[in-house]
Ligand binder design. Sequence first.
Ligand code: ADP
Ligand code: MG
Length: 728
Amino acid sequence: MSTLRFHAIKETFNRPVIDVKEAERRSAVFGSNVFNEAAMRQYLTKDSYKSVKDAIVNGSKIERNVADHISTGMKEWAISKGATHYTHWFQPLTGTTAEKHDAFFETTDDGGAIEKFGGGQLVQQEPDASSFPNGGIRNTFEARGYTAWDPTSPAFIYGTTLCIPTVFVAYTGEALDNKTPLLRALQSIDQAATAVAKYFDKSVTKVNPTLGWEQEYFLIDKALAASRPDISMAGRTLLGHTSAKGQQLDDHYFGSITRRVLDYMRDLENECMLLGIPVKTRHNEVAPNQFELAPIFEETNLAVDHNSLLMDVMAKVADRHEFKVLFHEKPFAGVNGSGKHNNWSLATNTGVNLLGPSSTPMKNLQFLTFFINTIKAVNDYEELLRASIASASNDHRLGANEAPPAIISVFIGSQLTTVLDQLEKLKNGKLSPEDKTDLKLNVVGKIPEILLDNTDRNRTSPFAFTGNKFEFRAVGSTANCAKPMTVLNAIVAKQLIDFKTEVDKLIKGKKMKKDDAIFNVLKGYIKDSKRIRFEGDGYGEAWEKEAKKRKLSNNKTTPQALKAQISKSTISLYEDLGIMSKVEIEARHEIEVEEYAMRIQIEGRILGDIARNHVIPTGIRYQNLLIENVQGLKDIYGNTFKKHATEQMELIEAISGHIAKINKGITDMINERKKANTIEDAEKRAFAYCDKVKPYFEEIRYHCDKLELLVDDEIWPLTKYRELLFTR
Ligand code: ADP
Ligand code: MG
């Protein structure tokens, strides 16, 4: 084993055990670092408290003098918890979170000092926005950006810093972050869904979309990760032969969690409790060293913030335990990658889950309404939904050799399929009394019963109904959930608005009864959105063919998928709902294609460096050893030496062959990179990186991995898959 690998692995064995106890009663510590209801009641005046609540529930504006009161209360609370700094915490279009800490500390005129935090500092700040991606918005409008307090997501203390969740927008109003469009989409769906829910229950005044994400990740020892330039810089391995043992024995999934990992998870969960992130489930995943963490679902804006915060906390806690967390969707070839299922539903202020079937037929008509409208929305905007989860790293799952496929489809299970089939058969127009009775007794009335034993859950579907929620499974593990959640909530909002218009037209124009009108419209939707429903195996080639016939998109790469973001239908969707303007939409697209090209460029450089500086020299060293050996055999055996040196000679030949291929691959790849870099247009550049540069990765890797198998383990410098995946 090479010295480098030896030391990295040795370090893992010397890791001290950090004994972490589980918080005794989670409920007792939960949210203690959050400026939540309890803290607000204690630290705010009655009026300030009411004003914040009003802003949260009704979106009302908080007056400046009230903000001063709130900031004072917040500061007192934060200082009592040991905070010394505050920051506006936001989610720029880099996909991660950003913060700039300022101390509460300020000097006074008389040479003293005080702790200060005014309403102005709570409500608005101006980070140096020019260093964040803006897709040309700033150049076009010469606008500065500012962050503004989002009272719907409570402030929290992380470390010694009071973090205030904020939106990030340009002074000209364009959103520069992931949160702003999300909040607008959530507002749209609230209005649209409330209007529809009122058909069934007049007392509904608000609908909150809910989100429960499931975060998958790999945990690798820090020293091992640091020994690999590709993991350190790209978050994934760009080469490495698969180990003899991978996940074929299925012995990791739900297996017992090792001591060191469990200590990490405990520490992480304790942190989550303080921060009010309601994590609940932890378990091993399918691949070795792969795990999952899932919370109790929450209102979507908060759930999105909590996921972003969690990813940050995970990395920091891992560091404490000498681990590195890999969020990449495919850190290792040959074993499963990671996703982030987004479980989504709609909850009313009256406590009803609109996607939860119930025992009364009337309530089930409500269920069917939201269920079918969601399917219709996904049918109409499948390509945009695919675009919302596109990234260079997620391309390794979608459309590559891993489920789910790049084709968006909806799985609902055989029982609900039967229900929709029956509804589809209804005659147009007013329902006969017999039809109605039949519907009530045999179709709508049966739903909760049949759902209970709905066990045929399809694991290959990108978008599946799972009993009382939809599960968007194609979301990648690195994703900021705001993106898919903005799209999903926007398209369902648009769909519900259209639905209500159509139903009202039948009620008023055709003098239909409400139920009849609803059934009529739903029936049409079932027919129109049949192509999106798919119950079969999403992995297979057969589905690709079938999907093509159904005219479903199959965009396997990010540049291709992102096109839907700037299509006419997307622009009018966002403009109609007031979620984003054309300028904002185009800016975002530009940022994403640019980011894509940069990521492939970085990976290309890393791969080139590793292959030329680590792999080829090692191949040559081993070849020299062989040559020396052949030379020695010649000395001993003279003319008959060949008989004794056949294998060695073959190896020498093979090594030369691989080295030549690697070297040529790198040269050609660099040439393609140079060409790509001269392309002005960001989208075209992304396509060049995708179609011309990236294909060399496989080719170069293939020969590097072959060399890994040939070369003496003693001198191979890169930590091997078996060491990365089975040391913990
Ligand atoms: P799995 O998909 O791993 O089998 P589950 O189906 O139990 O797990 O889903 C777990 C996730 O679904 C959790 O994050 C949970 O909070 C979330 N979830 C459950 N109900 C809802 C809901 N009504 N809205 C949003 N998310 C939900
Ligand atoms: Mg799931």
